[in-house]
Design a protein around this ligand. Structure first.
Ligand code: MV4
Length: 450
């Protein structure tokens, strides 16, 4: 096992990783930017090192400074958390060549799943359902372009090969707008990802977004966990996640879980990761993409499965064998996560950084709070606006929702604006309560309804 781990991240996930290290008896080194010197992750780690100014590009994305910090402090591994350098193949490579274990997948796995066209090809080859569409980048000069699109069938969605998470997408209702849409999509992809490769997929209307946590060891032993339903999103930012999905029965779960394991094996995956699927109204499911990191929403899976995923991730990175069997992981109750952001719902969700002048934390039975905020803490404007993951769980979905409503009403914070009122609307919405929601839920039932 590792002796000392550097956490190349900040906020709640840095705390989550520090706590997993403590549970494993591993020493921790926090890195922080100048504006984060009073952050909770700095306080909780055994040691801390400043790696640069506020802007992430000069600190949390500063590879030479992070590697130097790890080397000077005598670390043997680096945990990247999520975001920042977590899916950066170059960083994973530099870590390994400096003798620091990157707690995550191999650079090859990251690379293969990072290019969505390559990932689609590999998934098809491995017998996994993908959305009908192209397996090569499309070209505007291709005389066959219209025919290709016609064969997939409208409506179509154009996606950037190097995109993901909803960035760089464009829907095309019919053939009249195909040429212009492809041309715009290419320009945008080039600007956003430095690569103008785009591909076509059939548009799945009002799908559910269902994902499977998987875990694998270096020998290829792989298991899947109960699914997470992440359909409730706003502008491709997840707002609420739950496990299990109210839509998925045990037959569908098993079919999808088995494909998720197959997908992981296809890239020789050997850590924790997530396979995302789109599911249509008839329960057809399609591979969407793979997230090669620990995700924000991992706690709901921890609660219903009883497995500490971050500890598992660290153990697998240290070369331990996976001793879990998908069929033996039981779903214990129901868990829901609300992502609470420092944003002003009355100002189109503009970030609302500032000092927290007063704070009352929710708690009690069936409530887990993953947060780095405290009274007096100054939320910097440089980073994302997630301030708390409020997780409620219970014997069943109904109990989890009641507890979420209790926790949301107990939580009081002054000095900043938060998305708590939005979450209260979601929890009391009848469609949400019935489990009747797809990815258009917020547009259809919350904004149409306020
Ligand atoms: C789609 C789709 C419909 N059809 N692909 C958005 C996030 C990115 N990972 C892929 N996304 C979508 N891809 C096809 N072929 C609809 C979405 C989508 C979506 C997916 C999951 C959750 C919320 C969403 C909101 C809008 C669109």
């Amino acid at each position: 096992m590792f002796k000392k781990v550097l956490i190349a991240n900040r906020g709640e996930i840095a705390l989550r990783v520090i706590r997993a290290c403590k549970d494993l008896g591993i020493q921790t080194v926090a890195v922080h930017s100048e504006v984060d010197k009073d952050s909770m992750h700095v306080k909780l780690a055994d040691q801390s090192i400043c790696i640069g100014p506020g802007p992430a590009i000069e600190s949390y994305l500063n590879i030479p400074n992070i590697i130097s910090a790890a080397t000077i402090s005598g670390c043997d591994a680096i945990h990247p958390g999520y975001g920042f350098l977590s899916e950066n193949t170059y960083f994973a490579d530099v870590c390994e060549s400096c003798g620091l274990k990157f707690i995550g997948p191999s650079k090859e796995s990251i690379q293969k799943m990072g290019d969505k066209i390559e990932a689609r090809k590999l998934m098809i080859k491995s017998g996994i359902n993908v959305v009908p569409g192209t397996t090569e980048p499309i070209s505007l000069d291709d005389p066959e372009l219209n025919k290709i699109a016609e064969k997939i069938g409208y409506p179509i969605i154009i996606k950037a090969a190097m995109g993901g998470g909803g960035r760089g997408m464009r829907t095309v209702p019919s053939r009249e707008s195909l040429q212009t849409a492809v041309s715009t999509a290419k320009t945008e992809a080039k600007a956003a990802f430095g690569d103008d490769k785009v591909y076509l997929e059939k548009l799945i209307e009002a799908p559910r977004h269902i994902e499977f946590q998987i875990a694998a060891d270096k020998d290829g032993n792989t298991c899947y966990f109960p699914e997470r339903d992440c359909s409730i999103q706003r502008r491709h930012q997840k707002l609420v996640e739950e496990s299990p999905s109210p839509f998925v029965d045990s037959t569908l779960r098993k079919k999808m879980g088995k494909q998720a394991v197959k997908a992981a094996k296809a890239v020789k995956y050997c850590t924790v990761g997530t396979i995302e699927f789109l599911v249509d109204a008839k329960s057809n499911f399609y591979f969407l993409e793979m997230n090669t990191r620990i995700q924000v929403e991992h706690p709901i899976t921890e609660i219903v499965s009883g497995v500490d995923l971050v500890k598992l991730q660290i153990r697998l990175a240290a070369g331990e064998e996976l001793k879990l069997d998908s069929d033996k992981i039981e779903i214990c109750g129901h868990a829901i996560e609300c992502r609470i952001n420092a944003e002003d719902p009355d100002k189109d969700f503009m970030p609302s950084p500032g000092r927290i002048t007063g704070l009352i934390m929710p708690g009690g039975p069936g409530v887990r709070v993953d947060t780095h905020i405290y009274e007096g803490y100054l939320i910097p404007s440089f980073y994302d606006s997630l301030i708390m993951k409020l997780i409620a769980y219970g014997y069943n979905r109904k109990e989890a929702i009641s507890r979420m409503e209790r926790a949301l009403s107990e939580f009081k914070v002054t000095g900043i604006k938060t998305t708590v009122p939005l979450h209260q609307k979601i929890q009391k919405n009848d469609y949400f309560r019935k489990g009747d929601f797809q990815t258009d839920f917020i547009l259809k039932h919350i904004y149409g309804n306020v």
